[in-house]
Design a protein around this ligand. Sequence first.
Ligand code: LLP
Length: 422
Amino acid sequence: MNDFLYDNQQLMCEKVPVSRIAEEVGTPFYLYSYATLRNHFRVFKEAFADVPHMICFAVKANSNLAVLKVFIDEGGGVDIVSGGELFRALSAGVDPGKVVYSGVGKRVDEIEYALRSNILMFNVESWQELEVINQCAQGLGLRAGIALRVNPDVDPKTHPHISTGLKENKFGIDIERSLETYRLANSLKHVDIKGVSCHIGSQVTRLSPFVEALDRLSGLVRQLKEEGFDIRYIDLGGGLGITYDSETPPHPSEYAEAVLSAARDLDCTFIFEPGRVIVGNAGILVTKVLYTKSTDNKNFIIVDAGMNDLVRPSLYNSFHAIRPVALDNRKEIVADVVGPICESGDYLAKARKIASFERGDLLAVFSAGAYGFTMASNYNSRPRIPEIMVREDRYHIIRKRETYADLISHEEIPPFLIKQPG
Ligand code: LLP
């Protein structure tokens, strides 16, 4: 369920007509529904109501402060992968005791920042990283909470770019080696071994890979407990998929049922790091048709949003539904919806059956709330577009449109390029 529905042929976000925002703010822009964000978070959280749990939203999916605040206000924590994400989450008011830090390449300054901030734990991806964390903690006179991120070697059956839990992927510590790594970790005085973690991939639309991963993980947790390790947290990462087109991913309650039936008895606090399933369908990208043109065998709809604004179609060939902001009964054509960037790979849709849009029409690109704005760039010197949140009949610009001045604000012409007089 989401709150982008048509009323009288007009696309609404909650109670605000999308066309009104386009008129007042200009295009393109990202648009999020507060109600959808909150409801998606609640549905996920409620699915685990009867076990101790923590929902640590994956900041990489959408890192706008206002979006983070919605989840923080619902009692959520965050999963971060950089110092920048930690800064954002703390700025939005997260409780540091609900922060888990994932990622395969944590820098010393980032580790120290996280330690000083007193986060819950690091999901550690290698023995070297663990040693560095131990050293950093020693230097600061602290103990670092840690879990090892175990690579369970299961195939999440998703796009190869976003599968992470296979042996061949760069992530985590091989499950076969993890027990000995835990034993070694015991000798490090400045780490507090709190848990076990894994993340198998993203946009996973079946339950079996999760269950398989958890089966392997729970075997490890049992063994660790037997050996006297105080394992208090089991972090299952994120990855639950959403409907972009015709996928039928499990509902969070089915996911919860499957997960808990495999691991309820472990007597741990469960941590989840959902990103896409919470924000993906809580956001759209609104863009305007600049031009249309046809060649002998192709129709092109050229819009004012490009791959710098939403890179997923270009990068993963991923599908995003595109619908008109104002419905009418136009005939359908097959067209490529392309952006203004000087690359043939710049498209939002390829060979799509779509209404025969015309110059000036507003289009909504759906399922753009996750990995949309966060993956945007300034390529072709295009200012990044605004993000807007609607709550009932109000909207607010939660990130301003960048200006041309913003584009050059970090650049400097060096003195040796400046001509001296005479
Ligand atoms: N936890 C970890 C350790 C992760 O690496 C990720 C995503 C998540 C949680 C959240 O996964 P989610 O629930 O959103 O599936 N840019 C790609 C997705 C990359 C996902 C990377 N890791 C895309 O646009 O599809």
